[in-house]
Ligand binder design. Structure first.
Ligand code: ATP
Length: 348
């Protein structure tokens, strides 16, 4: 197999002597879009800054195109790495027009070549014809596209994005993350996106690395993170759901207050092990013939669906997603059944 474009091997970064990132491995192949997803303070930005060359390494090494660009005592300067960067605040120059911003770093190109490249990049990011506007004459989403065009203009193989859509409203965020994904795929540019927003990560990444306290806990597709979380942190952080206590009675079966539930996975712990079973809102479905009764505690209208918080007869609270036409008021009783595709349990 080809060598990865970028490889982080057991890196450790410290701030004022305190470990922020520890024993972290990450690779990005040519054309991959990888997201680092995790809560505030988990070390995402530190990893990105280490890749960019702004953060020295205390241990480990970083290789780009097989060249060692960072190791303890050595950090290749950021401008020599040929990596594109897009930041949260866009960092655009207000005194330059859009074309001037896009070609700012390309001093060795002639004027007409700059113009041609800027126009080409504007075409790529969907802003054709806006080259002579000033930054204050653009919306937030348009400014973010200019920042992307500027990062793409020197044709880097790798582009780093730190919370690039966080200043935009939710609709725009999801739309732009999809669009940026398409643009990077079209250009064959690899990307690393740092975000705490899982929807952004789902929209953008081929693979998502979930981080907590300076470590990567799981790297997987969005589907697998949701349906096969490797540990309780990932299960809790990705998607919604509740944990219900139970006892493993066989490798594939758990006894809970909601009944005895069997799944498609075998767990290796001994029968009798106390476990927690993950129940996602889509695991509990509206079913007039169902065996479980629940009282509506809360409801959140989501358009096509309504997310209900239900209190079952044994007082367990669960979340359940009903198609929107099954409209129940707070306090009403509803009948549901369990429809688990995958059984996810963790030992207590
Ligand atoms: P956020 O999503 O809030 O940006 P993050 O996951 O990107 O968070 P980092 O910015 O990498 O996290 O920070 C990781 C840890 O290192 C945090 O505990 C933070 O307080 C600490 N840290 C980051 N930068 C510095 C610094 N320059 N000096 C001291 N501590 C720092």
């Amino acid at each position: 197999m080809d060598q990865p474009l970028l490889e982080l091997k057991n890196i450790e970064c410290r701030h004022r002597g305190v470990i922020a990132v520890e024993n972290l491995n990450l690779h990005v192949n040519q054309g991959d879009l990888v997201c680092l997803l995790g809560p505030s303070g988990c070390g995402k930005t530190t990893v990105l800054r280490a890749i960019a060359g702004f953060q020295p390494l205390h241990r480990g090494e970083i290789r780009l195109r097989e060249q060692r660009i960072s190791y303890p005592g050595y950090t290749l300067a950021p401008e020599k790495r040929h990596i594109g960067m897009v930041f949260q605040d866009y960092a655009l120059f207000p005194h330059l027009d859009v074309c001037g911003n896009i070609t700012f770093g390309l001093r060795n190109l002639g004027k007409s070549e700059c113009k041609r490249l800027a126009n080409e990049m504007l075409e790529v990011v969907g802003l054709a014809g806006m080259g002579d506007r000033y930054i204050h004459e653009l919306s937030g989403g348009q400014q973010q596209r200019v920042a992307l065009a500027r990062a793409l203009a020197p044709r880097p193989e790798l582009i780093l994005m730190d919370e690039p859509f966080s200043n935009l409203d939710i609709d725009m965020r999801e739309r732009l993350s999809n669009e940026v994904r398409q643009i990077l795929k079209q250009q064959g540019t690899s990307g690393i996106l740092v975000t705490h927003d899982q929807h952004e990560a789902f929209a953008m990444g081929d693979q998502i690395s979930v981080m907590s306290e300076g470590h990567i806990l799981q790297r997987d597709t969005a589907y697998n993170l949701y349906h096969s979380p490797a540990n309780r942190f990932v299960a809790d952080f990705i998607g919604q759901g509740v944990f219900v206590r139970g006892t493993l009675v066989s490798p594939e079966t758990v006894k809970t207050a909601l009944g005895t539930i069997s799944g498609d996975r075998a767990y290796e712990w001994d029968p009798g092990t106390e476990v927690e079973l993950l129940l996602r809102p889509d695991d509990i479905v509206y079913d007039p013939e169902g065996a479980l009764q629940g009282k509506v505690l809360q409801r959140a209208f989501k358009g096509a669906e309504i997310l209900y918080t239900l209190q079952l007869e044994d007082e367990t609270e669960v979340l359940s997603l009903f198609p929107s036409h099954h409209d129940f008021a707070i306090g009403e009783q509803v009948t549901v059944s369990l429809a688990l595709d995958h059984m996810v349990v963790f030992p207590l």
